[in-house]
Design a protein around this ligand. Structure first.
Ligand code: HSE
Length: 289
């Protein structure tokens, strides 16, 4: 059995801690023969544990503590700590592993509740489970997650993925503790129009609203010096809009397919060590083969 989980990008600008899309980069887990102990075979670096202390198995064994140990192979092209949902992909894979091997029969809504409780926000885990475009809300008081999935309009996504990692905690530490009332109202209105424009298939307006975020990108820009240059290239070349992927440092540009090659070439010309990748929306979310 193999489990495949897509990368994700949270926020889309003003949809802070709420909106997310699934992307065509993947974590694969291959479940192999039973063994006398859990062992994860991977080439993801020595800092990723290969025993029960790996996040995958911590999640799976919390949900199904009596599972028989197995050998597991893990591959991923989702880079760590770049704002592409790498830890969410592992959490979702761990839930699915427990679900299948432990015959838990979890619904997608239950998987989202469990994953959100572990991750803290639903904006990465929900698209990793459902695929496509998710609008979510987490009610902290009642520990309840609300999720709406919708088709994201056809487009290409150009990802600028720096070599350097940025931990979500560091990127959240630069955010203010409070927003004044009028900024909060304006920010919420911008997010509402962004979501409505995506749903109507109006990517030019959605992209404009993605760039008008007031919740987090202004504060994070000092950690992400490349954001304004990428935004300028995207605007000059007819892209719909750019935003920080999750807590960064990756930046995504939503672009018409015929513009993607040129925008990629211009980003490569920035003499950066960042990876520039052309991605698509993943429509399926977690899959088991
Ligand atoms: N929405 C989070 C943030 C990242 O921007 O800090 C993913 O949960």
């Amino acid at each position: 059995m193999k489990i495949r989980v897509p990368a994700t990008s949270a926020n889309l600008g003003p949809g802070f801690d709420s909106c997310g899309i699934a992307l065509s980069k993947y974590l694969f887990i291959e479940i192999m023969e039973e063994s006398d102990r859990w062992e994860i075979l991977h080439e993801l670096g020595s800092e990723i544990p290969n025993d029960e202390s790996n996040l995958l198995l911590r999640v799976a064994l919390k949900l199904a503590p009596t599972l028989t140990p197995r050998k597991i192979r893990m591959y991923s092209d989702i880079p760590l700590a770049r704002g592409l949902g790498s830890s969410s992909s592992v959490i979702v894979a761990g839930i699915e592993l427990a679900n299948r091997l432990g015959h838990l029969n979890l619904s997608d809504a239950q998987k989202v509740d469990i994953a959100t409780a572990i991750e803290g926000h639903p904006d990465n885990v929900a698209p990793a489970i459902y695929g496509d475009f998710l609008i979510t809300a987490f009610d902290h008081e009642h520990k309840q997650t609300y999720v709406v999935k919708h088709h994201f309009p056809e487009c290409d996504i150009v990802a600028y993925i720096p070599q350097e990692q940025l931990l979500t905690e560091a990127s959240r530490n630069v955010l203010p503790k409070t927003l004044d009332f009028s900024t909060a109202v304006e920010s919420s209105a911008i997010a509402n129009v962004m979501i409505a424009a995506v749903i109507k298939g109006n990517l030019p307006l959605a992209g404009k609203m993605m760039q008008a975020d007031r919740f987090h990108e202004n504060y994070r820009e000092k950690l992400i010096p490349h954001l304004s240059t990428i935004r300028q290239i995207c605007e000059e070349e007819g892209g719909y809009g750019c935003f920080l992927s999750g807590a960064g440092p990756t930046v995504l540009a939503i672009v018409p397919p015929e513009k993607a090659d040129k925008i990629c070439r211009l980003l490569h010309a920035l003499e950066t060590n960042a990876a520039i990748e052309q991605l698509q929306i993943d429509r399926e979310g977690v899959q088991v083969f």
